[in-house]
Design a protein around this ligand. Structure first.
Ligand SMILES: *Cc1c(COP(=O)(O)O)cnc(C)c1O
Length: 408
């Protein structure tokens, strides 16, 4: 094992994910700092325009994080304690936690063991055991691969169930539907949520957004992200809006519903906008690294598997997940992760199924999640980010191969 360490001794640590910042990004942020606006202003508008173009959605509402975006989406649907929502078991906690803050009850759905995606059958099974009326479903485009929103929609729409897609992994992902190419956020969901956390496809530092084709929802989201405040005189109903002469009082604003401060700052938006200019490059790099992993890991089959794009899918891969049969390899996942870390390679597990988390235990009590369990048992996210160098994938796979062979 020492030869592995010697190989890697002088190389910088390779994390599983990280941002790629260039001088243009730094200039964009510095320019905002020299301008009049630091909070939501022209940079946020520019970024929202770029997001509309990138997704094909009619409206984009930027906010302070992907988690805030999920919470805003749930608020805009008026979810509350009377409602149930369906969330896949295999996702980041925020997909369930943020809408749960409306009081809505989370019903967890199982996922496919190979892709980690919630399919229509999993959704249907979750509907059948929901303890109350289901008002919304939150499909997750896990790893950048899109959930089958057409099939999920065919079940949801006739029942009046709204669809909020969690596309935090999938900015720029494309898929074919009925012979036409769709983009994540481009129309199959009522709202689609993105995150610009540094490990995601583009970085804002912290940031998120909701895109939608529904103008009324977009207006509501904008209001909710800014304390529920409206300054549009057309909307005014409260006393004191106008003076005795009928002129609108310049200080007047109204709050018709309770909102929060979920605004994105112009500082963050400037970075995100600058990064958007390189979105296609970032995606191309991620795709080529993912392809490289699939080829390089192929000789380790069947002990090590990879996630291939489903038919009709062209994912903007967010994660490079190896599905490792640790039992067959005769080594625990923790030992593999520690050995990789010692050799300068960072890995992570995406995700621990939500039903295993004490805070969500109620949402899955008495239910089995064989798909999520099988996926979780094998998943290991290998380094995948736009800043990776030539040879990095080879180094990761070679190191992993040595660890699995030496300890098995
Ligand atoms: C990152 C992520 C979120 C949360 O986004 P933040 O910007 O970190 O709040 C939600 N869902 C998924 C699937 C994510 O990967």
């Amino acid at each position: 094992m020492t030869e592995g360490r010697a190989d890697n001794r002088d190389r910088p640590f390779l994390p599983y994910g990280r941002q790629l910042i260039d001088e243009g990004d730094i200039r964009a942020v510095a320019d905002v700092l020299r301008s009049d606006w630091l909070t939501t202003g022209p940079a946020v508008e520019r970024f929202e325009d770029a997001l509309r173009q990138a997704t094909g959605a009619a409206h984009a509402v930027a906010c302070s994080s992907g988690t805030a975006a999920l919470h805003l989406a749930a608020m805009a649907l008026d979810l509350g304690p009377e409602d149930c929502i369906v969330v896949p078991d295999m996702t980041f906690a925020a997909t369930a936690a943020a809408p749960a803050f409306t009081g809505a009850r989370v019903v967890l759905a199982d996922v496919d063991a190979q892709t980690g995606l919630m399919g229509p059958d999993h959704f249907q099974a979750a509907l059948a055991r929901a303890p109350g009326p289901v008002r919304a479903v939150f499909p997750v485009h896990l790893n950048g691969q899109c959930a089958d929103l057409a099939a999920i929609g065919a079940i949801a729409r006739p029942r009046g169930i709204r669809i909020v897609a969690d596309a935090c992994h999938a900015l720029g992902s494309r898929y074919m539907q009925e012979g036409r190419e769709c983009r994540a956020g481009g129309g199959d969901a009522d709202m689609t949520v993105f995150s610009f956390h540094p490990v995601k496809t583009i970085a804002a530092g912290e940031g998120g957004a909701i895109v939608t084709g529904d103008e009324a929802l977009a207006a509501r989201l904008r209001r909710l992200r800014n304390h529920g405040i409206t300054r549009d005189p057309e909307d005014f109903t409260a006393a004191g809006a106008v003076d005795p002469a009928g002129k609108v009082n310049p200080w007047h604003y109204e709050i018709h519903e309770i909102g929060l401060n979920y605004r994105l700052s112009d500082i963050h938006a400037a970075l995100a906008y600058s990064q958007m200019g390189r979105l296609e490059d970032f995606i191309a790099k991620r795709r080529s690294l993912h392809d490289e992993y699939c080829s390089a890991l192929a000789p380790l089959a069947p002990t090590v598997g990879t996630i291939r794009a489903l038919p009709g899918q062209n994912p903007a891969w967010h994660l490079a997940v190896a599905l490792i049969d640790f039992a067959a390899a005769g080594i625990g996942r923790g030992d593999v992760m520690r050995a990789l870390r010692e050799r300068g390679i960072g890995t992570q597990v995406h995700y621990i199924p939500l039903h295993r988390q004490p805070a969500f235990a109620d949402a899955g009590r008495g239910v089995n999640f064989p798909g999520a369990e099988a996926y979780f048992a094998k998943a290991l996210s290998l380094p995948l980010h736009a800043g990776m160098q030539r040879g990095d994938v080879h180094r990761v796979v070679e190191t992993l191969t040595k660890i699995l062979k030496a300890l098995s």
